[in-house]
Write a protein that binds this ligand. Structure first.
Ligand SMILES: O=C(CO)[C@H](O)[C@H](O)COP(=O)(O)O
Length: 220
């Protein structure tokens, strides 16, 4: 089974967490694209969706699902999104698709983050995937020096402007052994908009696609 098939499996499995008639939080990426397709085909009627990117908003609208503004919603039951890495506790690295800021905002509205990922995303310690950090462009050099002091090598993602008009730094070579402390620390650095570690908003449910089927992990 190839990676796309594994993504399709978890996309389908996530439908079990969608409450008919609710407003659903929807993330971004190729796995989420497949989830939106599955949702459209399922016939589950939603009150609407709060989306984490222009890309997902367009796909939701094309599927006939109403896209609501995050500010019109006080609370969401479920947020479904993918990840670039997920550790055994449900902490994640996200932002490979540059949507991390809106992803964290929508995740913060939700009671439960349901992560959908193929098994290649599972790691023991976060950091093998280059860590995306959305930044204010003028802070790029000084933030790169801060990451260098932690053993990381930061590079501005060429040609990438986020939905918020900012830039992405990709940081290689980090080993994030305490994701909660790391997220708290880096989030305070001037010029950081959002760090792609999701520890405070970790996955409560992880649906992992394997050739043997979907493995469900609960992280309470
Ligand atoms: O964080 C993300 C986008 O900013 C995605 O969830 C992450 O990059 C995984 O993407 P994919 O489902 O395409 O593997």
């Amino acid at each position: 089974m190839d990676q796309t098939e594994l993504k399709r499996l978890v996309a389908q499995a996530a439908l079990a967490y969608v409450e008919p008639g609710s407003v659903l939080g929807v993330g971004t990426g190729s796995t989420v694209d497949l989830f939106i397709d599955a949702l459209a085909a399922s016939g589950i009627a939603l009150a609407g969706a709060v989306s984490s990117s222009e890309r997902s908003s367009q796909r939701l609208a094309a599927a006939g699902i109403a896209v609501l503004d995050a500010s019109s919603v006080e609370r969401l039951g479920v947020y479904v999104d993918g990840a670039d890495e997920i550790d055994p506790q449900g902490n994640m690295v996200k932002g490979g698709g540059a949507a991390l800021t809106r992803e964290k905002i929508v995740a913060d509205l939700a009671e439960r983050f349901v992560c959908i990922a193929d098994e290649s995303k599972c790691v023991d310690v976060l950091g093998a995937f280059p860590l995306p950090v959305e930044i204010i462009p003028m802070a790029a050099a000084q933030l790169s020096r801060r990451f260098a002091a932690l053993g990381g090598t930061a590079q501005v993602r060429q040609g990438c402007v986020t939905d918020n008009g900012q830039h992405i730094l990709d940081v290689r070579g980090l080993r994030i052994t305490d994701p909660l402390a790391f997220e708290a620390e880096v989030s305070q650095w001037p010029g950081v908009v959002t760090v792609g570690v999701f520890a405070r908003h970790r996955a409560r449910v992880a649906l992992i696609g394997t050739p043997q089927g979907v493995r469900t992990r609960l992280h309470d």
